[in-house]
Design a protein around this ligand. Structure first.
Ligand SMILES: NC(=O)c1ccc[n+]([C@@H]2O[C@H](COP(=O)([O-])OP(=O)(O)OC[C@H]3O[C@@H](n4cnc5c(N)ncnc54)[C@H](OP(=O)(O)O)[C@@H]3O)[C@@H](O)[C@H]2O)c1
Length: 479
């Protein structure tokens, strides 16, 4: 067995296979391994001509095929299978070697694995990979965590296989220590859920209130894609909406069941945000909207409830309404990115990761599902002011959202009047208004908490904590 491979990939389903091919197409010798050996042989049979592959059948042969320090990439199902594979390979490795986990691991698992392997001198590089099957082959956005030392060895290879942004910069950076890469990938997916939900709401408003057909809406999305909403998700939405179902001749979107599934990273984004105390209401509404869509019995039982049915607008009004929806969509999108970046900043602070938010916006500009022209501007905002408290504190975004707000409110008013559900748009506007508010009803909440639980409150006019003797003479005491 030669020890010539610069990297090895174990787990050769769609993602692993395509990443292995991507490395090979960039001139790297790639050792291959999969629990079921037939996948390894199929890859070589079909794509062996693309580069230098070293197929192996046993973990021992796989490890022996790698040059030192070894770079071993795991692309298997997240969770227990990843632990099983680590347990299988780690005893065969030596200090200085690297295990790169490119699966969708929970960042807490990555922190645990990194710590355990560090004790053996092995670098564990939890790496977010976004872009699906096509991205893995042609250039994904890559979010590696782990030690700086491992990035020095691995980074140049990842930079070769990653997508390039329009300015040519590779969409990969050393995100930060231990679980930072998987954390950022998780938030990426949360933002992706929010983006998709907002696009879905825009579609439904254009369909039910403006009265446009899916093909007409596809054209509207195509136009939007030439402006500030230019993004992969808007582009594919136009493609999907213009698709006609061959079997029925109906718009394709009308023959797809309206129950959205999820694999879990969006849910994790919300769960972790709750733990960190970060309000990601737009992302949460996107997760809940998918969940609600799947409660078919509940929806069936509730379909007859009273409420308005939308009445489509005339042609001229519809065109004006579509412009308003674009404003509402853009403003809500600014809010969901604001919330996502807030979560990354909070995670970075909690775990001491020192994540550069501008770099994150930069590596999401190509390869990944949320790639968008918009991210260039987020990067510029953080580059200009790395300590930006929130994206909404950036002058340009603040101005744009300010300009959009009349239309945003109008769209939500119309949606509410006509009974079209818009949880994402509404949550985004509520967040915006809560941030703007001079006073929040949180004062009343604190007073209630003090009433029933003696939880105390702070006063606006004096320092210290206080409690009112609600059950007694209602005098105030210092707590
Ligand atoms: N699909 C995407 O768009 C996407 C995007 C980004 C990240 N990811 C992540 O990338 C990873 C790979 O995804 P995928 O869709 O290519 O494959 P997958 O369906 O998640 O996993 C299949 C692979 O895992 C292996 N495997 C499962 N259990 C195993 C075990 N106990 N021991 C050893 N190997 C085991 C399978 O081996 P056998 O062939 O022997 O069954 C196969 O190679 C996942 O963590 C996924 O979440 C996926």
């Amino acid at each position: 067995m030669s020890t010539s491979a610069q990297i090895g990939v174990t787990g050769l389903a769609v993602m692993g296979r395509n990443l292995a091919r991507n490395f090979a197409r960039h001139g790297y010798a790639v050792a291959l391994h999969n629990r079921t050996a037939s996948r390894t042989h199929e890859l070589v049979k079909e794509f062996g001509h693309e580069g230098d592959f070293v197929p192996t059948e046993t973990p021992e042969d796989f490890v022996a095929a790698l040059e030192r320090p070894r770079r071993l990439m795991i692309m298997v199902k997240a969770g227990a299978p990843t632990d099983a594979v680590i347990q299988e390979f780690a005893p065969l490795l030596e200090p200085g070697d690297m295990i790169i986990d490119g699966g969708n691991a929970h960042f807490a698992d990555t922190r645990r694995r990194e710590k355990e392997l560090r004790e053996q001198g092995i670098h564990f590089v939890g790496t977010g990979v976004s872009g699906g099957e096509e991205g893995a082959l042609h250039g994904p956005s890559i979010m590696p965590g782990g030690s700086k030392e491992s990035y020095e060895s691995l980074g140049p290879m990842l930079e070769k296989i990653a997508a390039n942004a329009k300015d040519g910069a590779p969409c990969v950076t050393h995100v930060g220590p231990d679980g930072a890469g998987h954390f950022v990938k998780m938030v990426h997916n949360g933002i992706e859920y929010a983006d998709m939900q907002l696009i879905g709401e825009a579609y439904q408003l254009l369909r039910d209130i403006a009265g446009y057909s899916p093909a007409e809406i596809a054209e509207i999305f195509r136009t939007w894609n030439t402006g500030r909403l230019d993004s992969y998700l808007i582009e594919i939405t136009a493609e999907v909406l213009s698709q006609v179902d061959e079997a029925t001749g109906k718009p394709f979107v009308d023959v797809v069941q309206d129950q959205a599934e999820q694999k879990g990273t969006g849910r994790w984004t919300v769960q972790i945000a709750l733990d960190l105390g970060v309000p990601v209401s737009g992302i949460a509404e996107a997760v809940f909207a998918r969940s609600l869509s799947g409660h078919t019995a509940l929806r069936e039982a509730s379909r007859g409830l009273a409420g308005p049915k939308p009445a489509p607008l005339d042609k001229e009004e519809a065109a004006a309404f579509a412009d308003r929806v674009e404003q509402a969509l853009y403003a809500s999108k600014i809010v969901s990115y604001t919330q996502g970046f807030h979560e990354i900043a909070a995670g970075s602070e909690e775990y001491d990761w020192n994540i550069d938010l501008g770099r994150i916006a930069s590596i999401w500009r190509g390869g990944c599902i949320i790639r968008a022209a918009f991210l260039d501007r987020i990067r510029a905002a953080y580059d200009a002011r790395p300590d930006l408290p929130s994206l909404l504190s950036d002058e340009t975004f603040a101005r744009e959202i300010g300009e959009a707000q009349d239309d945003w409110r109008e769209v939500l008013a119309a949606a509410t009047r006509q009974g079209v559900p818009t949880p994402g748009f509404a949550a985004a506007l509520a967040y915006y208004d809560a941030l703007r508010a001079e006073r929040l009803p949180a004062a009343l909440t604190q007073a209630q908490r003090d009433f029933f639980g003696a939880h105390t409150y702070r006063r606006t006019d004096r320092d210290g904590s206080y409690h009112t003797l609600w059950g007694g003479d209602r005098s105030e005491v210092r707590a």
